[in-house]
Design a protein around this ligand. Structure first.
Ligand code: F6R
Length: 248
């Protein structure tokens, strides 16, 4: 996987935001919407800040953008502090001109029996739009992408996933205790990520060094779902020096 190492997250985030802006403008020219796969968590925050700046200061419009978020905890109320709906509003959507009907985020409020049909419709919507033009990703300590935990298959669909202990431990800070972290989440499957025309995975900090070296230099394995990206034709990792520390 081509890997670009940056001094810090600011530099990487600016480049990532510029690339997204380019895709939006290119699609605009083609008269087609830009279909973007978005992530939450600490990793993409500065990318979203830069996109907001490009919107406010340089006139970048999101009128023509359709977004699909990777994941949402289940169960989760959309206005809860830890909700990814709330995160996306606060970090991006409330500050740009994206039409609300263009935003898609897995629904954390569905009764269990309605989740399979919801997930199927989520994948079909992406499919009908011709797939994702772009997917931004973070990476978990355990090598997860989205909430595709170790064991996820390369052709996995959008589905309800039981969260790994390492994922719940990382989330426990936000939830105020491990026992308060939801046991499951709805996640976009690996398949739609692999079919995205372009994938940018960002990773910052020494706590990502281990999963980065496994994803980039290790075998392609379900044990490290990010390693599947070795088989993607157009995926790039943009990481800082701390996350690159274990690369040879
Ligand atoms: C978030 C997501 C996760 C995170 C990953 C890293 O939508 O899908 O895979 O990208 O857990 O989280 P942070 O960025 O908080 O270190």
């Amino acid at each position: 996987i081509p890997t670009k190492i940056f001094k810090d997250s600011e530099g990487a985030s600016k480049i990532a935001a510029q690339e997204i802006a380019q895709i939006i403008k290119q699609k605009e020219k083609e008269g087609r919407p830009a279909v973007l796969g978005l992530a939450t968590g600490s990793t993409p925050k500065k990318v979203y800040q830069e996109l907001i700046r490009l919107h406010k200061e340089e006139g970048l419009s999101f009128k023509n953008v359709i977004t699909f978020n990777l994941d949402e905890y289940h169960p989760m109320e959309p206005d809860a502090i830890q909700s990814y709906v709330r995160f996306m509003k606060e970090q991006l959507f409330d500050h740009i001109d994206i039409p609300s009907q263009n935003i898609h985020i897995p629904n954390g409020q569905l009764p269990l029996e309605e989740i399979p049909a919801f997930c199927k419709a989520y994948d079909e919507k992406i499919e009908r739009l011709g797939g994702l033009d772009f997917q931004i990703l973070g990476i978990g300590r355990n090598g997860h992408i989205g909430f595709n935990e170790p064991g996820s298959l390369i052709n996995s669909k959008t589905r309800l996933m039981t969260l790994d202990m390492s994922t719940k431990l990382d989330a426990s800070v936000d939830f105020g205790g491990l026992e308060k972290v939801p046991k499951r989440a709805i996640t976009l499957g690996i398949e739609k990520i692999m079919n995205a025309k372009r994938v940018l995975l960002l990773a910052f900090g020494e706590h990502k060094a281990q999963s980065i070296v496994q994803a980039v230099e290790g075998p392609v394995t379900a044990d490290i779902p990010a390693s599947y990206l070795q088989q993607h034709q157009n995926a790039v990792f943009m990481i800082d020096e701390a996350a690159a520390a274990n690369l040879t």
